[in-house]
Design a protein around this ligand. Structure first.
Ligand SMILES: NC(=O)c1ccc[n+]([C@@H]2O[C@H](COP(=O)([O-])OP(=O)(O)OC[C@H]3O[C@@H](n4cnc5c(N)ncnc54)[C@H](O)[C@@H]3O)[C@@H](O)[C@H]2O)c1
Ligand SMILES: [Zn+2]
Ligand SMILES: [Zn+2]
Length: 391
């Protein structure tokens, strides 16, 4: 089959790779009909290269048609239409039973001290072949895939694989009471949905992003928008009687603009051989923390910062004095996708499209265009906000 593979920093290519086969009784093979590119893929493209291997198949936002199931999969049959969560979880362990599927104890990548395995997400998360491909092997298919109706378009369901539950969890974790103010930093796909979830739940939402068309998209969904600047925390206070936002979602992560020193560290890291670069990431921390610092500054005293943007590097400097003094609550993590999909399914199927899932995709193409679209998505050129590949 054809699949999109990682080849090096800012280099991906479509290659012929072996077709996936059933390896365990709980596996299924899915023929992919739509598969999106995520901001998390951009981390693999840029800074997480030291954890990737040439030829790794990328992608963790897939949906499609069941081609084959193992003997242990009784909930799915050939021909069913499914969307596949990006976390691989067993559904039976202690963590899964607590709704913490991103920490599944059956699939945890213990050698790397990581949580649940993820599709297409580097050796840190199990080096599992991803879904930007014609076919995907889905482990624990007796639990993970969400069966959906046949008649609605893919875009109704596709984002249940990752960014919609991620946004939902981010807003739930931000814990803003009805009528309160939620700030959303970053209006990429995750931030777009987090903002819309916020307004849907009756919050006042202020979205922040340096990119005009991303602010415009948010504005047409009832979000007040601010251009990113050094003074954005002050602007948030001005909008909230001097207090700051009740909750802040950071939907930016470690590719944030506005951290020149870390930007230089990223460049330097790119020049090191993999093992040394891994060590450097593990010991020095190369995060670009600009958005995180804005979140901690712009949240009100006693408010909550909810990180869905991905950070890496354990030695990241945090302003603990401010965090303690302001009594900030901090919540974060990979989304526990399966925890939220039952709540979200009726919303994505609703004719009124309350979360606007039909207004996000800006670019759609076959797999062959994927390398060009990674480049476009990373550079935010040509109005690119969300890319869907149709293998
Ligand atoms: N926690 C999870 O489970 C999960 C799931 C999906 C994505 N993510 C993460 O969420 C983040 C966003 O993903 P995305 O797909 O929306 O990606 P994206 O890269 O398109 O979005 C990031 C946005 O942040 C904006 N930005 C950059 N610097 C900023 C700053 N200093 N202040 C405000 N905005 C700034 C960019 O212009 C961009 O629009 C990524 O870190 C991604 O890895 C996490
Ligand atoms: Zn993702
Ligand atoms: Zn589990």
């Amino acid at each position: 089959m054809k699949a999109l593979t990682w080849q090096g920093k800012r280099s991906v290519s479509v290659e012929e790779v072996p077709d996936p086969v059933i390896q365990e009784p709980t596996d299924a093979i899915i023929r992919i009909t739509s598969t999106a590119i995520c901001g998390s893929d951009l981390h693999l493209y840029e800074v997480l290269g030291p954890y990737m291997h040439k030829g790794d198949v990328l992608g963790h936002e897939p949906m499609g048609i069941v081609e084959e199931v193992g003997a242990g999969v009784t909930n799915l049959a050939k021909g069913d239409r499914v969307v596949v969560p990006f976390n691989i979880a067993c559904g039976r362990c202690y963590m899964c039973s607590q709704g913490l599927q991103s920490q599944c104890e059956t699939t945890q990548v213990r050698q790397k001290n990581s949580g649940a395995a993820l599709f297409g997400y580097s050796e840190l998360y199990g080096s599992v072949p991803g879904g930007q491909a014609e076919y995907l092997r889905v482990p624990f298919a007796d639990y993970g895939p969400v069966k959906v109706r046949q008649e609605l378009p893919d875009d109704r369901y596709l984002f249940l694989s990752d960014i919609l539950p991620t946004a939902w969890q981010a807003v739930k974790y931000a814990d803003v009471a009805a009528g309160g103010t939620l700030a959303v930093l970053g209006l990429g796909p995750v931030g777009q949905f987090a903002s819309r979830v916020g307004t849907h739940l009756g919050l006042r939402v202020v979205g922040v992003d340096p990119v005009l068309e991303r602010r415009e998209m948010a504005a047409r969904h009832g979000v007040e928008v601010l251009d990113y600047s050094k003074g954005v925390a002050d602007e948030l206070r001005e909008l909230t009687e001097g207090r700051g936002a009740d909750g802040v979602v950071d939907a930016v992560g470690m590719e944030a603009h506005g951290s020149p020193v870390a930007g230089f560290a990223h460049q330097a890291l790119g020049l090191l051989p993999d093992k040394l670069a891994q060590k450097a990431m593990e010991t020095a921390g190369v995060d670009r923390l600009a958005a995180l610092h804005t979140a901690l500054d712009g949240v009100r005293r006693g408010g909550t910062v909810s990180l869905s943007g991905v950070y890496g590097g354990p030695a990241s400097p945090m302003p603990l004095l401010t965090m303690f003094d302001k009594q900030i609550q901090l919540r974060m993590g990979q989304c526990n996708v399966r925890r939220w999909t039952d709540e979200l399914l009726p919303l994505v199927e609703d004719d009124a499209d309350p979360l606007g899932v039909m207004d996000l995709v800006t670019h759609r193409a076959g797999l062959a265009e994927a390398p060009a679209l990674y480049d476009k998505f990373q550079k935010k050129e040509d109005g690119c906000i969300k890319v869907v590949l149709q293998p």
